[in-house]
Structure formats: C-alpha cells, structure tokens
Design a protein around this ligand. Structure first.
Ligand SMILES: Nc1ncnc2c1ncn2[C@@H]1O[C@H](COP(=O)(O)OP(=O)(O)OP(=O)(O)O)[C@@H](O)[C@H]1O
Length: 330
C-alpha cells in the first residue's frame, strides 16, 4: 500500500489557482521531495495533505485514510514540521517533547522511552534540560524534528526543514533526516527550494512550478533523462556567432549565452570537443577557458522553465511579501 496517493489535487484561492491538478504517490519508507521556487504551491500541497486546508477538488489518501473522510486518523498517523518555529521557548527541550507526547495520549513510561529515543536520533540528549530560548537555530530545528517523531508517525511532513540555517547546520539536519528515514523507515515528504537539499536527500523529486508538477523522477533520472553533459565556454570575440553555429549542430541540445560565457548542453562531450574548437577557429573566435560539469538539478530547472530558481523567486517577490503579510495577520 502506498503511504500517500494524490489524485488531481487542486486548490484555488478565489480566481487564483495555487495548486493545479497535482497527482503523485509516495511509497512507505520513501524520502520524497517537492522542489520549487517560493510561491510554487508546495506549502499549499502540504497543508492540504495534513488536513489543514480543504482542497477545492481532487482526492488524496494518507497512510490509508481518505482526505476529507477521516481527518482524525490522518492526523494521528502523520508528523508535521512547519516552516515557522512553533516551539515553546520558555520550556526546556524535554518539556516541549513531554507536552507534545501528552497531547498524543502517550503514557508516562512509554513517553520517557520515546523522548530519550528521539533525543538520541537528533543528537540533543545532552541539551534536553536547557531552555529552548538558549538553543541555536539548528538545535531548535532538530528539536522540532524530534517532536514530530514522538508519536511514531507513518508519514513525516517537513516544510522547508533547513530554511534560514547556515550551510553547516543544514548538512547536519540532512544527516538527521536521513538517519531517521533509515532507522525508522519513516516516509518523509519534504518541501524545499534548495536544489542541493533535494538532490542529497530525496529518493524521488517532484519539481513544482506555478502549482503544477512539471517533472517527477529520481534525482539522477531527472538529470539524465532531461539533459546531456554541460560545457561552459569563456569566449573572446563574437559570442553570438559561435552560439548560432554550435546551436545548429545536431549533438548540441541547448545553447545558453550569458555575457562572455556560453553554456552548452550536449551529448557525448569527449567526442565533440574537437569540433567545438574547430568551429570557434573557423569563426575567428577564441575560447579562453572551458569547464565541464555534470548536470545539476538547477540545470534541469532551467531547462524546464527557462530560468533559474532564484530568478523565479525574484520575479515572485510580491508572493513573498504576500506570505509575510499573511504570517503577520496570523
Ligand atoms: N491563504 C491564501 N490566500 C491567498 N493566496 C494564497 C494563500 N495561501 C497561499 N496563497 C498563494 O498560493 C501560492 C502558493 O503558495 P505556497 O505558500 O503554497 O508556495 P510555496 O511553494 O510553499 O512557497 P514557499 O517556498 O515560499 O513556502 C502563492 O502565490 C501564494 O501567495
């Protein structure tokens, strides 16, 4: 049985369609990522699947329970870690977990055992008695993850688990998420707009843009199915001439000029490199440097949407402002 089945899920806010007929399924034990720029619709999908928001149309089943039919059973079988911190900073780490475990009616003896267990998973055992207001950002995030695990959820939802954390802390959170997925076999659905995060953590990734899934596959499947090799040339001379000439070669799939740099996506890099130099020489254009790289998820995103995830986010600044306004109104 799949942990999650989503069929044509749609959410409209007035005339605006935030989630547009999204369908996917996630297997038990899978680490599944929803990747997309700010405002793509990731949080809205999570909010619907966690029963916090009613869909406009479509269906979903979470841990075997139908959305809209059995919200209480869904809630007892999932864990949620929101973007906005929701810990009580006036309590210690242990008190936060105690309180949460009591809300799930976990008995005293069992509670002690589980709290110790989840503290171990996130590496906070020695900080259990400290007030949360004295925790660092990364420690708070880890405590939230521990809290989300206390009732042994079948599915754990993580909305932007490392948002705003520094690179080192982000790495350590990634390790904890991986460990809990391995040790507990918990199915994890996470949203992120960090490409590296999705690439590192996820078994499969759905790339979301403007409320739609525009691609869904394993990280390596996405990269190899959509792209060839990436070659970046620094050009001295008429970049437009060489861009046009190389664009006509049947082994070149994409040509992306950017200032003095020309990025090529092509098949069979080793075989075709001499022809790149020959073409440049024929046109009187000098190639001053050449770099070869494996395709990244960022390249996949550019290929699919025509811009980088950051550019998309930039063009959706108003979305962020709207989100902040909504948060302030909460
Ligand atoms: N309650 C609401 N009322 C009106 N519009 C909303 C509401 N909630 C979300 N939206 C809009 O729906 C779209 C998707 O928002 P959502 O928060 O799901 O995006 P996201 O991909 O999670 O972005 P982020 O990475 O910033 O969390 C945005 O345009 C947002 O402004």
């Amino acid at each position: 049985m799949s942990a999650i089945i989503v069929k044509e899920l749609t959410k409209k806010f007035g005339e605006f369609t935030a989630v547009d007929s999204v369908s996917f399924s996630v297997e038990p034990g899978e680490l599944f990522g929803l990747l997309g720029p700010n405002g793509a619709g990731k949080t809205t999908i999570i909010n619907m699947l966690t029963t916090l928001l009613l869909p406009t149309s479509g269906e979903a089943e979470i841990a075997g329970y139908g959305l809209g039919r059995d919200p209480d059973s869904i809630r007892t079988n999932i864990g949620i870690i929101f973007q906005d911190p929701s810990l009580d900073i006036g309590l210690t780490g242990r008190e936060n977990l105690e309180f949460h475990a009591m809300m799930y009616n976990i008995r005293s003896n069992e509670r002690k055992k589980r709290i110790q267990e989840v503290f171990d998973v996130v590496g906070l055992t020695d900080k259990a008695e400290i007030l949360v207001e004295n925790y660092s950002g990364g420690m708070k995030r880890r405590l939230e993850i521990a809290r989300g695990l206390i009732h042994y959820p079948k599915v754990l939802f993580l909305d932007e688990p490392t948002l705003g954390l520094d690179a080192q802390t982000r790495r350590s959170i990634w390790e904890y998420i991986r460990n809990l997925n391995r040790n507990y076999g918990t199915c994890v659905i996470l949203t992120t707009h960090y490409m590296e995060e999705a690439d590192f953590l996820c078994d499969r990734i759905a790339i979301i843009d403007h409320g739609k899934i525009i691609a869904l596959d394993t990280p390596s499947g996405l990269k190899s199915r959509l792209l060839g090799d990436c070659v970046s040339l620094t050009i001295e001379g008429r970049i437009d001439l060489i861009a046009t000439a190389l664009g006509e070669k049947e082994w070149v799939r994409e040509v992306i000029p950017d200032g003095k740099t020309l990025d090529l996506i092509l098949s069979d890099y080793e075989k075709n490199i001499p022809e790149i130099f020959q073409t440049a020489s024929n046109l009187g254009v000098r190639i001053s440097s050449i770099n070869f790289s494996k395709p990244s998820l960022e390249d996949v995103f550019i290929r699919l949407t025509g811009s980088t995830i950051r550019e998309q986010e930039g063009s959706r600044k108003s979305v962020r402002q709207e989100r902040m306004r909504r948060r302030m109104l909460r």
